[in-house]
Write a protein that binds this ligand. Sequence first.
Ligand SMILES: C[S@@+](CC[C@H](N)C(=O)[O-])C[C@H]1O[C@@H](n2cnc3c(N)ncnc32)[C@H](O)[C@@H]1O
Length: 276
Amino acid sequence: MDEVSYRNSADRTDQSVRQADIPHQARIYNYLLGGNHHFAGDRNAAEEALAVFPDLRIAARENRAFLRRATRFAALAGVRQFLEIGAGIPTAPALHEIAQQIAPDSRVLYVDNEPMFFVQVRDLLVGTEQGKVSCLEADLRDPERILSSSVLRETLDLTRPVALSLLAVLHFLEDDDDPYGIVERLLTALPSGSYLTISHPTGDFEPTTEALGEKFRSRGISARQRDRTQVAGFFRGLEFVDPGLVPIHTWRPDDPILADVTEAAVSIYGAVACKP
Ligand SMILES: C[S@@+](CC[C@H](N)C(=O)[O-])C[C@H]1O[C@@H](n2cnc3c(N)ncnc32)[C@H](O)[C@@H]1O
């Protein structure tokens, strides 16, 4: 499928049947968040992961909460264009809903390489009259394709600031994929005043998420945890927004942090930074 050609669910049936037993990170995440876009293989993989890391649902929920706060921050800072790569199967509130609640003219492009995302996303793709919302099926490992796509050019004006969100997606890239080069390439295309938001799983806290990573890898899902220095490397040349790179639940929390939401339970770093 290319760019913004949405098809109906029936077009995907054969593929979906084939996918039913093969777990996929997008659907596992959807299951953890209480969504209903997953198959038996996804549920089994998620339950296996929960058996070795029972706090995984807390981590997933905190990641969405970080997305909400970071998006709201960018919209309140005046950004009106959003690019989310590795957007996932839509979870309410989706990024465009958060941005458009603050600024109805916000324009949003979602990118993901999971075809099911495009089956499910159509109903949610209701922008405002002023704020276009589009989707692109593409791989983060091919930034040139994303940047040169017609749907990107029709949705975003790259001469004006963009908030680029790479949330819980960079850990699917191995070092051999050159994740740092990919982020740098994307940022090169964005003007000064743009923002980068990243959330990234880590094994920095005790008890570590090592067993969880192994569990996912045994199911064919790469899950490359990175330590704080490695995650900080994605922000080279940018200016961190206060409080910098921190466990995501401590990034400008709206409410008092609950007792079970600990660094180890969440095990995800996150930050928002501005391109000077
Ligand atoms: C854990 S979900 C995160 C969804 C959303 N960003 C969030 O934080 O709530 C990861 C998403 O990244 C997508 N993904 C994984 N590898 C990708 C790649 N190489 N290119 C594009 N999307 C990718 C998956 O399909 C999945 O939808």
